[in-house]
Design a protein around this ligand. Structure first.
Ligand code: ATP
Length: 750
C-alpha cells in the first residue's frame, strides 16, 4: 500500500525536527550559562596571592562576566537560520545564530555558528545566481524557545529567473521584520542582513570607510552590526583600545542603546560629541548660527590666539615688591623669556616652566646685584632664587604674565569679554559673528563648545596626572574592599565547611553587584570615557553629515590610526556647519585615502511616502536619487489644513494612534512650535512623541504627523533637507498638517 503524505504533514514533521534541534541548542546554552557562572563564582572566591595572580584573576573575572552577559543576551532568537549545501560539497548543514555553540563530546563540532563567522557568510550573500554551494537557505521563526515556522529559499537558477529586482535575501523573513510595530527602541537585524549591508559590515578594519545611503537604508543598523563584527573578528586588538560609536544626540543614543547588548557586545562606548570631554555632558541649547560659527575651522586659530594673548609682557615695566625693595621686570627680558617658551612648542601650561625659570633667573641677577654680587657665593645665589620663587608678589606677577590656564576658564573668558574676543578673532570673524559668540555664554556648555574645549586642552596641555592618580587610588580601594568582603566570607565558610557552602551562595547580592560594577569599570569603554586623551581602536560615526569641522578635529584626535566607519547622508544634513560632501570633510585628514560604500534600498519608508519625499529631494538637489523602498503599504499619505491646532491636532493624533494599533506615533514640529504643540498633546502617553525635526534625526515611528512644513523649510538655510528628514521617519503612515503657505514639493498631497 502506498502511503500518501500531505504537504501539511511534511511541514509539521520538519517543524518538529527543527524544534528538536533548537531545543538541544537551548539545553547547551543553559549548560554553558551554569558553567560560566560556576567559573565566575570560583574566581571571585579566590583572594590574595601575587600581583600576577591577581591580574590573572581580574582577567578571568572580566572574561566570565562578559561571557555570562553574552549568554544572557542571546535568549531570543538564538538560532535563526540554516544552510543546506549541494550534495558533495565540503560543508554540512549549518545552523546560524546569535553566537557559536560547540559539542565538546564530538571533537568540538559546531552546533551553532556565530553569524559573524566566515562560514555564516553565505547566509547573507548567497543568491540563486551565485549560490556559493548553498542549496537551501532556511529562515527560522521563533517565539521564546518555540520554533513557530520557517521560510525556505531554494537557490537554483529557476529561482534566479523569478526576477528579484532588489536582490533581497530571505524576503519573507525580511518583510516580517519590517512589518513589526516599532517600540521606540531599535532592534538588531542579525537574522535578515542584506547582501549590500553584509559587505559593509564585514569590510576590513583599517582605513576610513564612508557609508553613504538615503534614509532608512540601514546605515545605523549596519554601523552597529559592524561594531559587533569587528569586536568578534579583531577581539584582541579592539578590547584593549575599545570602539567608539558617536551619535547625534542623547535621544538617538537611547534609541540605539539596546542593539549592541542584544548582540552580546557591551564594551562599546556610545557617546555624542558633547560627551567626549570627560566630566561634561554638554547638552545646552543654542542658536544654529552660533553653533555654525563655533564649528568653523578658523576657531582653531581663534583659540590659539586666545591662548597666546594670555602670554603677556609688561608695557614697559612691571615693578615687583621684594624684601622692602622693588625689582623691575622689563619688556625685553619678558619678551625673550616668552619667545623661548613659545619656541619650545610645548603647550601653554608645560611651557610656563621655561618662562618662569627665565624670569626668575633675571630677577635673581637683579636681586644679587642689589645685595652686592661679589659677596655672594653660588649657594647664596641659589637661596635667593628659591626665595624669589616662593615670594607671593613675584608669584602674582608671574601669574599675570603667564597664568596657569584651564580650557573652561579660557573659553568662558573669551566669550564673556568683547576685548579678548576682538583681539583673538578680529581677523577671522566679523563683528556680528563675534557678537553671536559673545551672547552665547549662558549657563550651560553646548555640544559645539566641546570641540573648542578639547582644542584648548591640546593648546594648554592640561595635566591630568592628578585625575589619573585619583582613578588608580579608587580602583585599588575598591579592590581591597571587595577582597575584604570575600575574606570575611571565606572565614565563615571555614566554620561551615561541611555544608560546602559556596561563597556566591552567601555573598550578599548588593556586594556582589558592587564587585561586578568594579569589574565593568575596568572595560576599555569605561576607561576611555574618563580619559580625554584616549585613542580608540575603531571609531564609528552615525549621522556623520552633521559634524562640524571642529567636531572632526576632535574625532580625528581620538582616532590617530584612522580606522573609522562614517555613516551618513549628505542629503539629510541639517546643521549649518555640516557636510556638503564627504571629500570636503575628509581631505584635511586623509586626502583622498578613504573609500565610499553606498546603500540603496530603503527598508523603513513605504513606497507611497517615499514618492512624496523624492520630490523634496529633487528640490534639494536634482542630481540626488532617493533610495528605493522595499515595500508598499497601500496607505497613501494624507494632508489637511488646520486653522486651529489646539483643537484639531488631538483628534488627528488620536486617529493615528488607533490606526497603528499599539505602535508609535511622532508629531514632528519646527523648533519654534515645540512648546505650543507639546502643551496641546501633553496627555497622550508613551506611544506619542512630540519632537523637533532636528531631534527626530535617525529615529523612526509607525506613523508621523508633520506640522507646519512651510515653517520647517523656512526655518533654516537647509530647511528642505530638514523636510526630507521629517517625511522619511515613518514606517507605515504619514500625515501633514498645513498651517501656513503651501510647500510646492508637497502639492501632490493635495
Ligand atoms: N536587513 C534588514 N533587516 C531588517 N530590518 C532592517 C534591515 N535593514 C534595515 N532595517 C530596518 O530599517 C530601518 C531603518 O534602518 P536605519 O535606521 O539603520 O536606517 P538609516 O539609514 O540609519 O536611516 P536614516 O538615515 O533615516 O537615519 C530600521 O528599522 C532597521 O531595523
Amino acid at each position: 500500500m502506498l502511503l500518501s503524505v500531505s504537504p501539511d504533514e511534511t511541514h509539521a514533521a520538519e517543524l518538529a525536527r527543527e524544534q528538536a534541534y533548537v531545543t538541544t541548542l537551548y539545553t547547551k546554552l543553559d549548560a554553558e550559562r551554569v558553567d560560566a557562572q560556576r567559573r565566575l563564582d570560583e574566581t571571585l572566591r579566590l583572594t590574595g596571592g601575587t600581583p600576577q595572580a591577581r591580574t590573572e584573576r581580574d582577567v578571568a573575572t572580566t572574561l566570565y562576566t562578559d561571557r555570562l552577559a553574552q549568554l544572557g543576551s542571546v535568549e531570543q532568537g538564538l538560532a535563526f537560520g540554516r544552510l543546506d549545501f549541494v550534495p558533495g560539497s565540503t560543508e554540512e548543514t549549518t545552523y546560524i545564530g546569535r553566537l557559536g555553540l560547540f559539542d565538546e563530546d564530538d571533537d568540538y563540532q559546531p552546533l551553532l555558528v556565530d553569524w559573524r563567522a566566515p562560514v555564516a557568510r553565505p547566509f547573507y550573500l548567497a543568491t540563486a545566481a551565485s549560490p556559493e554551494g548553498v542549496r537551501r537557505r532556511r529562515h527560522l521563526r521563533s517565539l521564546t524557545r518555540k520554533v513557530t515556522g520557517f521560510d525556505d529559499e531554494i537557490l537554483d537558477l529557476a529561482a534566479a529567473d523569478q526576477g528579484q529586482d532588489l536582490g533581497l535575501a530571505g524576503e519573507a523573513a525580511l518583510l516580517a521584520a519590517l512589518e513589526q510595530r516599532r517600540t521606540g527602541e531599535m532592534s538588531d537585524i542579525v537574522a535578515t542582513i542584506q547582501a549590500e549591508q553584509d559587505r559593509i559590515i564585514r569590510a576590513p578594519l583599517g582605513g576610513v570607510m564612508v557609508v553613504q545611503g538615503g534614509p532608512g537604508t540601514g546605515k545605523t543598523a549596519v554601523a552597529l552590526h559592524r561594531a559587533a563584527y569587528l569586536l568578534y573578528t579583531h577581539r584582541q586588538q579592539l578590547t584593549t583600545r575599545g570602539v567608539l560609536v558617536v551619535g547625534p544626540n542623547s535621544t538617538f543614543l537611547r534609541y540605539i542603546g539596546q542593539v549592541l547588548p542584544s548582540l552580546g557586545e557591551t564594551g562599546v562606548l556610545l557617546a555624542t560629541v558633547g560627551q567626549l570631554y570627560p566630566g561634561l555632558d554638554a547638552d545646552g541649547v543654542e542658536r544654529r548660527e552660533t553653533a555654525e560659527i563655533k564649528g568653523r575651522l578658523v576657531m582653531a586659530d581663534v583659540l590659539a590666539n586666545a591662548v597666546r594673548d594670555r602670554q603677556r609682557v609688561p608695557d614697559p615695566v612691571l615693578e615687583v615688591e621684594y624684601e622692602h625693595d622693588v625689582l623691575k621686570l622689563d619688556r625685553k627680558t619678558c619678551t625673550d623669556a616668552r619667545t623661548r617658551a613659545r619656541r619650545s612648542r610645548r603647550p601653554h601650561n608645560p611651557a610656563r616652566r621655561l618662562f618662569v625659570s627665565d624670569v626668575l633667573d633675571a630677577l635673581t641677577r637683579q636681586a644679587s646685584r642689589k645685595l652686592g654680587e661679589d659677596l655672594l657665593d653660588s649657594q647664596d645665589v641659589q637661596d635667593i632664587r628659591a626665595e624669589l620663587a616662593a615670594d607671593e608678589h613675584i608669584a602674582a606677577a608671574l601669574d599675570e604674565l603667564w597664568p596657569v590656564l584651564t580650557p573652561e576658564g579660557v573659553l568662558d573668558d573669551l566669550f564673556a569679554d568683547r576685548e579678548r574676543l576682538g583681539s583673538a578673532a578680529r581677523k577671522h570673524l566679523s563683528e556680528a559673528e563675534r557678537a553671536l559668540l559673545e551672547s552665547s555664554r549662558d549657563a550651560k556648555w553646548t555640544p559645539s563648545d566641546v570641540p573648542l574645549l578639547d582644542e584648548l586642552a591640546e593648546l594648554i596641555g592640561v595635566d591630568d596626572t592628578e585625575a589619573r592618580v585619583e582613578r588608580k587610588r579608587r580602583e585599588r580601594e575598591d579592590r581591597a574592599y571587595a577582597e575584604g568582603v570575600l575574606d570575611i566570607l571565606e572565614q565563615d565558610e571555614e566554620i561551615i565547611d561541611e555544608e560546602l557552602l559556596r561563597v556566591s551562595d552567601v555573598l550578599d547580592a548588593e556586594l556582589f553587584a558592587e564587585r561586578q560594577q568594579e569589574r565593568s569599570e575596568l572595560t576599555a569603554a569605561q576607561r576611555a570615557a574618563a580619559d580625554r586623551t584616549w585613542t580608540f581602536g575603531h571609531v564609528i560615526v552615525d549621522e556623520a553629515q552633521e559634524l562640524s569641522a571642529m567636531d572632526w578635529r576632535l574625532l580625528m584626535r581620538r582616532s590617530p590610526n584612522r580606522s573609522m566607519t562614517l555613516v551618513g547622508d549628505v542629503a539629510q544634513t541639517g546643521a549649518a556647519g555640516g557636510a556638503r560632501s564627504w571629500g570636503e570633510v575628509l581631505s584635511p585628514y586623509v586626502e583622498d585615502r578613504w573609500r565610499l560604500e553606498q546603500l540603496t534600498v530603503n527598508y523603513r519608508t513605504p513606497a507611497e511616502i517615499m514618492a512624496v519625499a523624492a520630490r523634496v529631494l529633487a528640490e534639494v538637489d536634482a542630481g540626488l536619487t532617493a533610495p528605493s523602498s522595499v515595500r508598499e503599504t497601500g496607505v497613501p499619505p494624507w494632508s489637511v489644513r488646520s486653522a486651529d491646532l489646539a483643537s484639531e491636532l488631538p483628534d488627528l493624533v488620536t486617529a493615528e494612534l488607533s490606526a497603528v494599533d499599539g505602535g508609535t506615533v511622532a508629531v514632528l514640529v519646527p523648533a519654534a512650535r515645540f512648546d505650543e504643540v507639546s502643551a496641546v498633546l501633553g496627555a497622550f502617553g508613551e506611544r506619542l512623541s512630540v519632537l523637533t525635526v532636528e531631534r527626530s534625526k535617525g529615529l523612526e515611528f509607525d506613523a508621523v504627523v508633520l506640522v507646519a512644513p512651510d515653517e520647517v523649510v523656512a526655518g533654516s538655510p537647509r530647511g528642505l533637507n530638514d523636510l526630507y528628514v521629517a517625511l522619511t521617519r515613518a514606517t507605515r503612515r504619514l500625515g501633514v498638517v498645513r498651517t501656513g503657505d503651501d510647500v510646492p514639493a508637497l502639492s501632490v498631497l493635495g
